[in-house]
Design a protein around this ligand. Sequence first.
Ligand code: NDP
Ligand code: 2IT
Length: 439
Amino acid sequence: MKNKYVKQAYAEVSNRNKGETQFLNAVKEVFESLEPVYDAHPELAKKKYLERIAEPQRVIEFKVEWKDDNGDIQVNRGYRVQQNNAIGPFKGGLRFNQSVNLSILKSLAFEQTFKNALTGCPMGGGKGGSDFDPHGKSPAEIERFCHAFMKQLYPYIGSKKDVPAGDLGVGGTEIGYLIDEYLKHRKDIGTLTGKPLDKGGLKGRTEATGYGLCYFTEEMLNDHGKSFKGAKVLISGSGNVSTYACAKATELGATVIGMSDRNGYIVDEAGIDYKKLIKAKEGRASIENYLKYSDTAKYAENPTDLFKVKADIVLPCATQNEIDLDTAKTLVTNGVYAVAEGANLPTKLDAIAYLQENKVLFGPAKASNAGGVGCSYFEMCQNAEDSKWTFNKTDKKLHEMMVGIYHNVKDAAERYGDKENLVMGANIFGFETVTKKMK
Ligand code: NDP
Ligand code: 2IT
């Protein structure tokens, strides 16, 4: 960092959050991108936006006690990070995964603040979750855990205050249990999004993040004389985001040749069929199950090897830190010309820099996966109006939103002299939107 104020603000934030590597990396990326803004507008320094935006408004940490199928008591930890509500209620997903800790959730809540601003909808940033791991738990155990979790969280959330949704390990089923418990305490259906359709959910929210990622990527590709049509695509993960990214990329003319899960990956040069994938992954089964549905697919262990398969476009849609510098080098050697993030923080900072130096088109998560939370806002509107949106209405508005985000982000990057740097553009546009409303 070269700008005196930005450097000083980062030193203060790192001092206050010692050892929180994941969080500090997310902050560093954003602060570095904002240096051109502070070089051009040194008068902004006195408002101390950087120190203020990096500090969560509130962090709630709680104990979750629940009973497993043997009747034994289990203890987990729950969190909600309420990062920033300058432009609307805190908003962001809940993650259930054994990797969950405060540093990860703070990094995600910080990211979410900028992402939500990019959607153009009035939503602040937040994130939450638990170190509860749904893998290996029975459906009844997951249901009991969700109820116990919400019993602790409900006093702190509400449709005008803080609106959680799903994330890693939390899909429609879990959100269904969570809203059931919430409604026992408060009659406010708009408090959670990503709900099942029979519980106030929005048609199209399930598909939104993956579809939105492809709409954004297609716009980025078209802007550079390319498209999904005829391209070979790798998508990491095989959950909510990955599955619907596979569906839309295929619809746009691509062949999705590889996908993964926590334990391994599949390659099918004939193209992966998302409907068969959904069947194969039922009950959180291994992606190896896909072989039952295809004569041409092959399975191997070690999911990161997926990125060694030769392809044109890569969509990391599983989790954080999937693409490190070595992987980025492999992608460049293999001729990959576009990487767009469906997951949050899947690409390490040095890997992003390497891809950009090598002219790989790069769509940063804040912009490229914002369609999920964008449609969550549509669900909030649907609940507030007490109406039912059609799938086509949601999908059309999602497409418009993602095309709009691409151009806003690109324009912001161009204003500061680096038009291909969408990482910088997303951070600057998000920062401008949030700080306009910060008192
Ligand atoms: P899911 O839980 O539905 O799916 C996650 C998938 O990633 C699973 O297939 C899981 O494997 C796989 N996975 C986990 N760790 C690894 C790993 N190390 N290597 C390969 N695969 C792995 O989560 P979502 O699809 O909802 O979320 C995925 C990402 O997208 C997260 O980063 C999330 O924050 C982000 N995101 C989600 C949004 C949403 O609306 N849901 C919106 C925007 C971003 P397995 O099946 O074995 O568990
Ligand atoms: O990372 C994300 O944007 C999400 N998990 C979706 C959040 C939301 O509130 O819909």
